[in-house]
Write a protein that binds this ligand. Sequence first.
Ligand code: FE2
Ligand code: FE2
Length: 159
Amino acid sequence: MVKPIYDVLKTDHDTHRDLLEKLSQTEGDSPERQILWRKFYCDVSAHAAAEEESFYGELITTEKGQPRARHSVAEHKEIDDILQELNDTDMSPPGWLLRFKTLRHEYEHHIDEEEEEIFQRAHKTIGEDENGEIAREFLTRKNKERELETQKAEGALEA
Ligand SMILES: [Fe+2]
Ligand SMILES: [Fe+2]
C-alpha cells in the first residue's frame, strides 16, 4: 500500500534536509563531500522532475492551484541552475561552500513553502490522495529518473 503523495514528498524533503545539514559540515574536495553531494544532487533532481509530473501536474489543472504550481515549477528551475553550477564547479575552494549555502537557503525555503502552503492548497483542490494514486505516479517517474542518472554516470565512466 502506497502512502498519500503528501507523506511521500515529506519523507523525501526530510532526507534532503538531512543531507544539506551533513554537507554543510564537509570540507574541500573530500570523498565525504563528493558522496553526499552525489546523493543530494541525484535525489533532488529526480524528486523535482517526478513532483512536476505527478503532484504539480494535478495541481496545475485546478483554477485555485495553478498559480502555486507555476510558482513552484519556476523555483525548481532556479534551484536546478544552482545545482548544475555546483555540480560543475571544483569543490576545493571556499567559494563552493559559499554557493552551497545559497542553494541550501533557497531549497529549504522551497520545501518549507511546499509543506506549509502548497500542501494545504492541494488538500482543498486535488484532495487527500488516500489510495496513493498520485504517489504511485511520483514513485514510478522518480525511479525512471534515477535509472537515467545511473546510465549517464556509467556512460561517463566508459567514455
Ligand atoms: Fe519542489
Ligand atoms: Fe518537493
